[in-house]
Design a protein around this ligand. Structure first.
Ligand SMILES: NC(=O)c1ccc[n+]([C@@H]2O[C@H](COP(=O)([O-])OP(=O)(O)OC[C@H]3O[C@@H](n4cnc5c(N)ncnc54)[C@H](O)[C@@H]3O)[C@@H](O)[C@H]2O)c1
Length: 345
């Protein structure tokens, strides 16, 4: 029989249901329980997924069946809770963003190293078939010299979305607005597929919501590979379109809408290229519905961490990878705040 890693889930809010359902069909994982300081929240999820409920963090961390934890709580608490879990010897899969500043990400990375536990950061979009297809083409040089790399997240969130989880839309707990929270997956995909930024200029504003952080941001970026592009993100664009990524090189171009390749064209075609792009299937992802996430969305990353624990490896997307998008976003925020171009070292 395959060995299973016992997982506990920290936080029993919106994303916790996706952590639990993503574990359901994994052969190397067993869900042991939920911890949330709100007892009713922990009990509700535990009843749904037939496991234990904890409202006492020390008791949760002392459960010997829990070898690893997922963290899905307000972002500004990720570091504090992750460091406590690391000290208790638990391996960690932490929701995006790993923390709200690059320095706080470093503290989590260091605590995990010091306590010999593995740290993985959630960016589930990297693991979709379409993104893996684009990554393979980019790594094989099929796009030629990258020319333009741009993304759009023209989403819609109503006042209730911010109102029912008041940590959202705050600098202290959300670490920023639409760029840091809703768009960080897309920013991470830019880094994953196109590489690190060289310099950025940006504008940010709060156009429709009663929140202290930006709900709309536009940035112009030059990347280290010489390509340029824009980042346009908002939670004020009704009714909310699928996110869009577009990469154009000297030898080929691709357009991705939500998780689907809708254009795929090369000057040197290969067999099979003709069936890659498909007409958009209409699933706008998180465009207007924050819980429109696949029930098995996190399976690949949870299974990857479990395999690393069982076989002595490292997770594919570790803390250092998780910090990259936070550092990029901090540079973009600085450019927007100062009105000056920010150059990345
Ligand atoms: N990967 C994704 O697609 C995705 C989607 C949504 C949210 N997220 C991330 O997940 C995290 C949580 O977001 P959410 O939408 O589930 O929030 P939420 O407000 O729905 O739930 C947060 C939960 O955390 C609990 N909590 C508060 N402090 C806690 C603590 N110290 N220990 C344990 N639990 C605590 C709250 O009681 C609540 O139940 C955020 O970091 C967010 O960025 C990721």
């Amino acid at each position: 029989m395959t060995k299973r890693v016992g997982f506990g889930i920290i936080g029993a809010g919106a994303i916790s249901a996706f952590h639990a359902s993503s574990m359901a069909n994994l052969e190397n994982v067993k869900l042991v329980g939920f911890y949330d300081p709100v007892k009713a929240a922990a009990e509700k999820r535990a009843a749904e997924f037939n496991c234990r409920a904890y409202d006492d963090f020390e008791a949760f961390l002392a459960d010997p069946e829990i070898q690893a934890v997922t963290i899905g709580i307000p972002t500004g608490l990720h570091g504090k809770v992750a460091i406590q879990a690391a000290k208790a010897g638990k391996h960690i899969l932490c929701e995006k963003p790993l923390e709200i500043t690059p320095g706080l990400c470093d503290e989590v990375i260091q605590a995990c190293e010091e306590n010999n536990v593995l740290l993985a950061t959630v960016f589930q979009s990297r693991f979709t078939e379409s993104i893996q297809k684009v990554k393979a083409a980019a790594d094989a040089g099929r796009f030629g010299k990258m020319i333009l790399s741009s993304v759009q997240v023209r989403w819609y969130r109503d006042a209730d979305y911010y109102g029912k989880s008041p940590w959202r839309g705050t600098w202290k707990m959300d670490g920023g607005g639409v760029l840091m929270n809703q768009s960080i997956h897309t920013v991470d995909l830019l880094l994953y597929l196109n590489g690190d930024p060289a310099e950025v200029s940006a504008f940010a504003g709060t156009l429709t919501h009663d929140i202290e952080v930006e709900d709309t941001l536009c940035a112009a970026v030059r990347y280290k590979n010489g390509s340029m592009g824009t980042i346009e993100v908002s939670t004020s664009c009704a009714p909310g379109f699928p996110r869009r990524l577009e990469f154009s090189g000297s030898k080929g171009s691709v357009t991705i809408e939500e998780d689907q390749i809708v254009r795929w064209s090369f000057t040197e075609p290969e067999p099979g290229d003709e069936v890659v792009a498909k007409p958009f299937d209409g699933n706008a992802g998180g465009g207007s519905n924050p819980t429109n996430i696949r029930p098995d969305s996190h399976s690949a990353q949870i299974s990857d961490l479990a395999n690393a624990i069982l076989n002595g490896g490292k997770p594919i997307l570790d803390g250092v990878e998780g910090k990259r998008a936070v550092s990029f976003i901090h540079g973009i925020y600085e450019a927007a705040r100062t009105g000056k171009k920010v150059v990345f070292s």
